[in-house]
Design a protein around this ligand. Structure first.
Ligand SMILES: [Zn+2]
Length: 337
């Protein structure tokens, strides 16, 4: 039997004002030495300053791509710091994660929004010539201050819900790859991922008030990825469609929003309940068509055709869609007119 490694966070702290316990939590975990707070300009104000004070830490403001930030700062980080606290949204946390991984030090993830599962997963999204994700270490600790996340822009919360809902088709694709290609499939990781999607779909109306439902769903998605040892449980053809849009569009929409719309179409191909998915996306306030994404119809079609070639991952797109098929799919699901 193959030896499997499962990597999970040691500690998850969720609640209003959780950020103010950062110093205490870090001490309990035994993290010692100099800390570096990695934040964005806005997230420094929203939470980074509090964390820097709690940890008596230096601050690095992320302004560039994840790769560039690592290139510029890795030697300095290696020399001076023993752990990193990433305070921000997806790209800031990703920069912190990638820096920490390359420097061989732990990362504490302190999300100020909950727009996708990258805030908790052991993976980093890189842009490069083609967007892709690489495996890194899981954050040792996640401190999710629900007061901060609740006050983040509503569109970010909606997008996080859509990313969780997209687990639905990711798991269907994974199952398909097992059935048709004999790919490894982990029941436990798949169930956990599906559960996140189901809870968000079921709780659509409650999430605005109780954002911890969404945060827990995204953390569970990250845990599912940790258990599977790949992004499989949370990333199928709907994610490939979103990555294709990132390549094609000068101004792509939010990751979760694009994945959500992709989920409607991929669920249709799977002959699953695509209308139920669309209703849930509507209820959480996420886009369900090209117009709401702010993306022209022809780019949706182009992305559908391209999606299959984004990465070597077997999905419902199988050999890929022809332009005509892509157009029919988008019209049938009312993603385009
Ligand atoms: Zn995602």
């Amino acid at each position: 039997m193959v030896i499997k490694h499962i990597e999970l966070p040691w500690r998850v702290v969720i609640g209003d004002g959780a950020i103010e316990s950062t110093g205490e939590v870090v001490k309990e975990l035994g993290l010692k030495g100099n800390a570096l707070v990695v934040a964005g300009k806005t997230t420094l104000r929203v939470g980074g300053e509090t964390v820097a004070k709690e940890l008596k830490a230096d601050v690095l403001i992320i302004e560039d791509s994840v790769e560039r930030e690592v290139e510029k700062n890795l030697e300095w980080v290696k020399k001076n710091f023993s752990y990193i606290a990433g305070v921000g949204g997806g790209s800031v946390i990703d920069a912190g994660k990638f820096l920490a991984y390359n420097a061989g030090i732990p990362l504490v993830s302190i999300p100020t929004s909950a727009s996708h599962d990258g805030i908790t997963s052991p993976r980093v999204s890189l842009k490069g010539r083609r967007p892709y994700s690489v495996g890194v270490h899981s954050p040792v600790c996640i401190i999710a201050d629900t007061r901060i996340i609740r006050n983040s822009p509503p569109r970010l919360i909606a997008s996080g819900c859509a990313d969780a809902i997209s687990n639905y088709t990711a798991v269907l694709d994974w199952k398909l790859a097992r059935d048709e290609k004999g790919e490894y499939y982990g029941d436990y990781a798949a169930s956990l991922s599906k559960l996140s999607a189901r809870i968000v779909m079921k709780s659509a109306d409650k999430i605005k008030k109780d954002v911890s439902i969404l945060v827990e769903a995204l953390i569970s998605s990250g845990v599912a990825i940790g258990i599977a040892g790949s992004s499989r449980p949370c990333s199928g053809a709907e994610h490939q469609f979103s990555h294709a849009l990132d390549i094609i569009c000068r101004k792509p929409a939010l990751h979760g929003d694009q994945c959500g719309v992709g989920t409607i179409m991929m669920a249709y191909l799977h002959k699953a309940d695509w209308e139920g998915i669309r209703n849930s996306l509507k209820r959480v306030g996420a886009p369900t068509n090209a117009r709401e994404l702010g993306i022209p119809d022809e780019k949706i079609i182009k992305a559908l055709v391209m999606a299959n070639s984004i990465r070597d991952r077997y999905t419902i797109l199988r050999g890929g869609l022809k332009e005509k098929e892509a157009e029919e799919l988008a019209i049938e699901t009312e993603v385009i007119q």
